[in-house]
Design a protein around this ligand. Structure first.
Ligand code: NDP
Length: 448
């Protein structure tokens, strides 16, 4: 896509030239720069004083070797990353992803998006992201522990409660956070809130596990209510069956909707009577098995190999909660022709640019990831606050704060969109509202 502002286009060209072979990062930057066109028209100093050019360059990239020994006694070597993208409004904050597809470009795209998402929460957190090409799937607990300990042995030099606070993401859940925190504590001899998503017995926050999925439904509900609608009686399709998908399913169901499908990277289940979430939690959270196992609990449901077919199921609301670029333009058009009314992104960048275009031009309510899945990081920031105060809030207190934050995010993004002449476009609104706080802070710091 060509940008109208030549200075923004020059920055985009430089991003592509400097970061070759990183299409996900280019895609994320291009979307934000497109949204910022009307902002720099009104506030050219964001260009002339170098803010945008600094914004697209990470403050620091750490890349390291992660050697570990598997159960057969063989040495395995993975690659670890931490991208400390922007600390203008607080310590770097963002998850760790363990998945074979991880490379520098994925971590950069996620770290870049995190800047705006974290700003949108209204809390003092900068943007960062990390991970490894390690695949926890099929590994024993002992192997996962040895990998996590080796990963943290290097990472611990670069993070800290007031410096950089990682959390979970794909492939990094409660088990991995436990191993990572234990190793940090052991090497650094300090007990601080250096990671979020911790277990409840060692500094974790109630409602953190549920936060991304619940937050996704809270903001979707607010978006629907603004149009005089709600989740009540709606049919919902959710992709993925991990942390975000499971708790989105739980909250959507409690708001009166029927969730009829979930997936994993092998295939999807369709259960028109409504997903039996207790069965899914057992399969995914306890047994760590494939979603196909669902048929053992619900023989009347169907299982189909391949994940993209999930978008052919007719629904009122679609919540992509698996991974980036999982909804193609074709899938989006299929959803539209099957009558979808609202789409909100639980995963990061799950819709391709063509898919977003298809939703927006059909008038589908569209909640972009930066706004829609910000509940996870917002609650992580609440975990940091509790750790600093050495206090714990109740589930209800955290959940209520989360609900308020998600409502604010929706209204701030909607207002920014309308202030800049793009009423109803939450993609632009979230990018603009997220950027302004970071951009103003960067202006205040001068060139640095
Ligand atoms: P989990 O690892 O708990 O679950 C990921 C789910 O997505 C699994 O069902 C997995 O299937 C599926 N999946 C992963 N990669 C692919 C792929 N390449 N193709 C198809 N399916 C895939 O991760 P989370 O639920 O934590 O994260 C899901 C998404 O939400 C990610 O985009 C993440 O960045 C985003 N997110 C997460 C937050 C959090 O708090 N956890 C916060 C904000 C965003 P399988 O098991 O087969 O791999």
């Amino acid at each position: 896509m060509t940008l109208h502002n030549p200075a923004l286009q020059a920055i985009m060209d430089k991003v592509i030239a400097r970061n070759p072979g990183e299409p996900e990062f280019h895609q994320a930057v291009s979307e934000v720069l497109t949204s910022l066109e009307p902002v720099v028209e009104r506030r050219p100093e964001f260009i002339t004083r170098g803010v945008i050019e600094e914004l697209v360059e990470p403050e620091r990239i750490i890349k390291f070797r992660v050697p570990w020994v598997d159960d057969a006694g063989n040495v395995q070597v993975n690659r670890g990353f931490r991208v400390q993208f922007n600390s203008a409004i607080g310590p770097y904050k963002g998850g760790l992803r363990f998945h074979p597809s991880v490379y520098e470009g994925i971590i950069k795209f996620l770290g870049f998006e995190q800047i705006f998402k974290n700003s949108l929460t209204g809390l003092p957190i900068g943007g960062g992201k990390g991970g490894s090409d390690f695949d926890p799937k099929g590994k024993s607990d002992a192997e996962v522990m040895r990998f996590c300990q080796s990963f943290m042995t290097e990472l611990c030099r670069h993070i800290g409660a007031d410096v950089d606070v990682p959390a979970g993401d794909i492939g990094v859940g409660a088990r991995e956070i436990g191993y990572l925190f234990g190793q940090y504590k052991r090497i650094r001899n300090e007990y601080t809130g250096v990671l979020t998503g911790k277990g409840l017995t060692y500094g974790g926050s109630l409602a953190r596990k549920e936060a991304t999925g619940y937050g996704l439904c809270y903001i979707s509900d607010e978006m629907l209510r603004d149009q005089g609608d709600s989740f009540e009686g709606k049919t919902v399709v959710i992709s993925g069956s991990g942390n975000v998908a499971i708790y989105a399913c739980e909250k959507a169901t409690s708001l009166g909707a029927t969730v009829v499908a979930l997936s994993d990277s092998n295939g999807y289940i369709y259960d028109p009577k409504g997903i039996d979430l207790a069965a899914v939690k057992k399969i995914k959270e306890v047994e760590r098995k494939r979603i196909k196992e669902y048929l053992v609990y619900r023989p009347d449901a169907t299982y189909t190999e391949g994940c993209s077919g999930i978008w052919s199921i007719p629904c009122d609301i679609a919540l992509p909660c698996a991974t980036q670029n999982e909804i193609s333009e074709e899938s989006a058009k299929l959803l539209v022709s099957n009558g979808v009314k609202a789409v909100a992104e639980g995963a990061n960048m799950p819709s391709t640019p063509g898919a977003i275009q298809a939703f927006q031009s059909a008038g589908v309510l569209f909640g972009p990831a930066k706004a829609a899945n910000a509940g996870g990081v917002a609650t992580s920031a609440l975990e940091m606050s509790q750790n600093s105060m050495r206090l714990s809030w109740t589930f209800e207190e955290v959940d209520e704060k989360l609900h308020g934050i998600m409502r604010n995010i929706y209204h701030n993004a909607a207002k920014a969109a309308s202030d800049y002449g793009m009423a109803g476009n939450l993609v632009a609104g979230a990018n603009i509202a997220g950027f302004l706080k970071v951009g103003e802070s960067m202006l205040a710091y001068g060139v640095c």
